[in-house]
Structure formats: C-alpha cells, structure tokens
Design a protein around this ligand. Structure first.
Ligand code: ZN
Length: 446
C-alpha cells in the first residue's frame, strides 16, 4: 500500500513541488534503453557535439585546451582528437572548469571522498542532478527496486534525519532503513535482523564488502529470514567470491553497479546479471590501453568518461583512474546499451613487482580468495618496494596449510625478493567513508 502510494502519489508530487524533471527523464530512459545501438550512438553524438561546443565557448579551461584543435565531431571516434583530462587538471584549475553561462545560485557543490587522500570539488546544476537520479532509478528497477520500495541501506555513517523535510523524504520517498557498516558485529547484525522482520524491506542496497560481511554473520548465526528480492552492490568492487557467498546466504542475485562522484552512474547490471550496461544516454565510456589507443574486448584498460549532461562543469575525456575490461556483443535482455565486462580496480590499487611490472591487486585478492580454502577476507598493502603486508581474516576452513599456500602463491606472483608478512586479523581496517580497500600501494602514492 505504502509502496504504491509512494510510487504513484508521493514521487510525482515531489517532482511537481520541485519543478523537477526526474520522472520525465526516467520515462525517457525506460524507452531509450531498448533503442538499437545505432540509435543510441546517434543520441550520444548529438549530445557530445553540443557539450564540446558548450565547454569550448563557456569554460576557460576548454577554451584554452581546445584552442588549436579541430572540434568537428561526427562520430564517437572523433573524441580521440581531444586530449584527456586528469584529476589534477580539475583540482588545480577548478574555477576554469565552471561554465560562465550558469549563475552560482543554480549550482550544487559536492566533494569526493578522496580515499587516496586527495579530495576533489565538483559542481553540477539541478537538471543534471535530477537526470542522474533518474538514471539511478532506472538501474534500481533492473535490480528489483522500484520507486518507493522499502530498502535496507548497508552503509557507513547513515544520515541522521535533521528535520521534518528529511523525515518526510525518508518515510515516504526513499523508504530506507539502515545497518551502520561502521559497526558490523554480532549485536548490530542481530538488531538489523529484528528490524528486518519488523519492517520487512524488500531490497538491500550498499557497499559490496559490507553486504558480504552481513551475509557471513547471517550464515554464522544461522539466520535464514533475510531474503530480499534484490541486492544492489555499489561503491566498491564486488569480488566473485563475495558475490557467491551473498547469493547463497540470501537466496537472491546481486546486481553490481559502478559509478563515481564525478559523473554519477556509469554502468549497472540488468536482470540478466551477465555484464554491466553503460548509462549511455548520460556518459560515454572509453576503455583505453596504456598507449591511449582503444582497448580490445577482454583487455585490461583504463576507464575514461565523458559526461554528456553536466553543463555546469563539463568533464570531457576524464580519467576516472579505474581499470576495467570491455566486452562485445548484445545482452539477452534486449537493451541496446553497450556493456562493460568488469571493473578490476583503481589505478592506485595496483601493486608493483621488483622489476616495476604492475599487478592488479584487487584481482589477485579475488583469485586468491577463490583458490585458497579458509580465507574469508584479505587485503594487500605494499609498504615498500620489497615488502608486502597481507591482512587476512581466517574463516572456518582455515588451517596452517592455508597460510603456507597463500605465502607460496604471493611469492610466485611477486618473486623471491618480495618479503611477505601475513597478519591474521578479526576484521579488515576500514576507510573513514565506511568502505574497504583490498589493495593499497603506499610506494606509488608516496
Ligand atoms: Zn542486459
């Protein structure tokens, strides 16, 4: 009853009250997702032409950056005529990225968490924010979360309701209940389970690793009542090993999602759960090799995004500093949106062998957790060029042999020069944001 009211009454009222374009955009996106890849490409080219011209004419950074370039865009491939934009370009030239055609009063500000220690300030306008909300709503619906579906947020630092407006929003619109991931322990999980039975949310939404930890507690406590119809894992890489534990314990498929503060949602899994569909109406994703050329499907590549809807602070060919693998082909769901196979970690999460070769740390963690029995969680920290600290959380099947196998496997990957220090912990250290990092390279970041 409340769900239907929320969807059919409160959401439309919210849009009318704020003169918002959220639901109208959602309607458009619901249609365009089934367009042919060619038609979606047409839309992208039109939007790209428009944002490139806008950036050139109204943002001092692009006016200068593009001054001597040919800005004729006839195809997505013409993007490659334009140079890449880095995080430090944005950090150092922030005001020059702002379009002069927007008044300050219509602009929202946000700051990225900066888990590598360096925060970024970002700006966008009301319309952009509404369209981003709509894209998130579309992918929520792919995962079984419709407008107004009661949802359990597995999140660090749950927001406190500050007043009547917040209360209205959380009660009638978002309909969220929380498990604070800054304190996942037996007691908080038991409280969460009682809340689950009382309030009966349908969907779980949160940090991938925290949902995994919840699943592990539920398994150990023998709780079988937490049976959502949808699970949305976001904000962190979802490891294969974690996905299978969550799905087994909660009896529900996980929908993985990828995005960043800078451009919002980048890609999300559809109900087929094969790969992630790109949010193509709003972003263009390029996957590039180290030499800047487009990567082939299956190759590890750097993610470069172009935001097609942020006219306040355009980001064109922006290096997100994540690595991903692309995939060709179409999905059985019939959506024409292109796909990404998987995200394999952030550029900053790569570790280094003595000869300088880079190792995808998160992928290594993922593979090791699958291959070696008894390891529940694992984190690699490269302290020095020749020293690797390995934090593990032992599971039920852990034996001294697990440690030997782990040690041998890491020696095999990094070579004999790397000193391997294995630390058995009861939980992994957490970032201030409530997220976890599975691979940290302190040598490259110093
Ligand atoms: Zn699909």
């Amino acid at each position: 009853m409340m769900e239907a009211l929320s969807k059919h009454v409160f959401y439309p009222l919210w849009d009318i009250r704020e003169r918002a374009d959220r639901l109208a955009e959602l309607k458009r996106l619901e249609k365009s997702q089934y367009w042919s890849p060619e038609r979606l490409r047409e839309l992208q080219i039109n939007r790209l032409q428009s944002i490139v011209q806008h950036a050139f004419k109204s943002c001092p950074f692009y006016a200068n950056f593009y001054r001597d370039l040919n800005l004729r865009i006839e195809d997505i491939a013409d993007l490659r005529k334009l140079p890449l934009v880095s995080k430090s370009d944005v950090r150092e030239g922030l005001n020059d990225f702002l379009s002069k055609s927007f008044g300050k009063e219509t602009i929202y500000e946000s700051r990225t968490g900066g888990s590598t220690g360096r925060a970024l300030t970002l700006y966008f306008d009301k319309r952009c924010q509404e369209h981003r909300n709509a894209a998130a709503m579309r992918s929520d619906r792919w995962a079984g979360r419709d407008l107004g579906t009661k949802t359990a947020g597995i999140w660090g630092n749950p927001p406190r309701t500050a007043g009547f407006k917040d209360w209205v929003r959380s009660s009638f619109l978002n309909r969220l209940v929380y498990l604070d991931t800054m304190a996942i322990n037996e007691q908080s999980v038991c409280n969460f389970v009682s809340m689950w039975k009382r309030q009966r949310p349908k969907v779980i939404f949160g940090h991938s690793h925290s949902i995994y930890m919840l699943a592990r507690y539920l398994e150990n406590l023998g709780v079988e009542e937490v049976r959502p119809v949808g699970i949305i894992a976001t904000s962190m890489m979802l490891l294969d090993h974690e996905r299978s534990v969550i799905e087994q314990v909660m009896g529900c498929k996980v929908s993985n999602r990828y995005g960043c503060e800078e451009v919002g949602l980048i890609s999300a899994e559809c109900p087929e759960h094969r790969k992630m569909h790109v949010n193509s109406e709003h972003v263009i994703v390029e996957l590039l090799r180290r030499d800047g050329q487009p990567a082939l499907p299956g190759e590890e590549a750097e993610v470069v995004v172009t935001d097609l809807i942020n006219y306040t602070m355009p980001l064109i060919r922006y290096r997100v500093e994540d690595m991903a693998v692309g995939v060709e082909g179409v999905c059985d769901c019939g959506r024409g949106l292109p796909m990404i196979d998987k995200i394999i970690g952030r550029v900053a999460d790569f570790l280094q062998k003595a000869d300088g070769t880079l190792v995808a740390g998160v992928s290594l963690v993922e593979r090791t957790l699958t291959d070696i029995k008894g390891l529940d969680q694992m984190q690699l920290i490269q302290e020095l060029r020749d020293e690797l600290q390995v934090n593990i959380v032992p599971g039920r099947l852990y034996t001294p042999q697990s440690k030997v196998l782990l040690h041998d496997e890491l020696k095999r990957v990094f070579g004999d020069v790397m000193r391997i220090q294995i630390n058995e912990l009861s939980s992994l250290p957490q970032e201030k944001t409530g997220k976890y990092r599975f691979s940290i390279n302190k040598v490259m970041q110093s």
